[in-house]
Design a protein around this ligand. Sequence first.
Ligand SMILES: NC(=O)c1ccc[n+]([C@@H]2O[C@H](COP(=O)([O-])OP(=O)(O)OC[C@H]3O[C@@H](n4cnc5c(N)ncnc54)[C@H](O)[C@@H]3O)[C@@H](O)[C@H]2O)c1
Length: 455
Amino acid sequence: MTMVGTGYVGLVTGVCFANTGVEVVCLDVDERKIAKLREGVCPIYEPGLTELMVMNARAGRLRYTLDMDEAYRDADMIFICVGTPSGEDGRADLKYVLGAAADIARVMKKLGPDQRAKTVVVKSTVPVGSTMKVRDTIRGIVGPDIEFHVGNNPEFLKEGDAVNDFMKPDRVVCGVEDPDNPWSVSAARFRRAYEPFTRNGHPIFIMDISSSEMVKYSSNNFLATKISFINEMANLCERYGADINSVREGMCADRRIGSRFLYPGLGYGGSCFPKDTLAVIGMGEACGFEAQLSRAVHEVNQRQRALFFEKIKGHFASRGGLAGRTLAFWGIAFKPRTDDVREAPALTLMKMAGDAGATVRAFDPVAGETGAEAIERMGFETEIVEDMYGCLDGADALVVSTDWDEFKHPDFGRIAERLREPVLFDGRNLYRREQMRELGFDYYSVGRPSEVRAV
Ligand SMILES: NC(=O)c1ccc[n+]([C@@H]2O[C@H](COP(=O)([O-])OP(=O)(O)OC[C@H]3O[C@@H](n4cnc5c(N)ncnc54)[C@H](O)[C@@H]3O)[C@@H](O)[C@H]2O)c1
């Protein structure tokens, strides 16, 4: 079995399959990543992954390579797990997926018609029709005589809990060319590969490829909708003096609604929801259909960051302005338990603060390095510090931008001591308003009345 791409999805998938006893080869084009992996160093922060990686590599079941021939020659299943970022028009850019398909085809062509037919699986999140583009790309290169199959197998893992999600999936979804034949080569291969993870009752659904591709976008757009929905309610709460936390409790007790994924905050970020909502809008445009809801979800999400920044700006407006001030940020990662900073709300807020003339300093338990790289790419200045409280020294306010566990019960006395003034902008609603009022903070959160001392 081969994984193409050793990012968050490819590496976790490869390691978890290897852990079932299968021989797995992980291929990447990034020399630095492969060098690290060969040394037993995990290039991403993902709880529990390093231990499994090292164990399976030692057992000889997991290898890393830059060599396509080695990766593709003997594999019966090849999982394409490369990125599908938004293109300039917002639509999913398939260049890495189709590039990988062409690489696979060139190796298959060299092997000739006697090889065992491979199943090339698209695991990357792709718009409907993309897996068939992979098939056409391969066919165009190998010609008519080489047998192979394609499949689609969207991944639902969450960064921060990826190993657990992969090992105990809510469901496994597999798209095959011949969904009516339960014993087709690809269907049988999927069932066998996932059997160790589905035998405890976790369902596996074998379906047609278009539906499988669509399951992933439908799921992510639905989850993104929940986040934008609760943020919309939070914004109304603020304007009418209601408290979204109480509203959440009242609302979420309804079993039809439930409480998961309904937390107000700075809006969603990461490498999936932003691009997958845009991709659905793009899929609509491509067929002359306006995906109105996804567009609104995206717009509400973008506005959420700007609205929060307005609170920061508004606070300082009556106190001489934001220019020349120092803001300390706790959290760069787009969510806790990951070092992924792609589309992180913290980065947008830091850039906005920098553009308004403030000096920005930031602490993150694990995303300091990835954060520094992103900040350099985005072209603004931020000092990354390694000490959570040291970050506050002489700053004019603390902005809590990621809900890491270590931020949930901080020493407020130390915070107040180190800040120039006790001013806290809580983008994740981590703290109780009454407590902040008693402690004498100026406290701003999302969807709840602010606690502000008299000026
Ligand atoms: N990150 C997540 O939480 C998550 C969850 C579910 C689905 N997905 C989807 O999975 C896909 C991959 O996401 P990711 O976060 O793992 O991406 P990533 O950017 O972390 O990793 C992609 C890797 O592919 C490598 N690569 C690119 N072209 C290659 C080629 N031709 N041959 C070999 N390697 C190549 C890159 O060097 C990189 O290491 C995306 O479509 C994403 O939407 C991601």
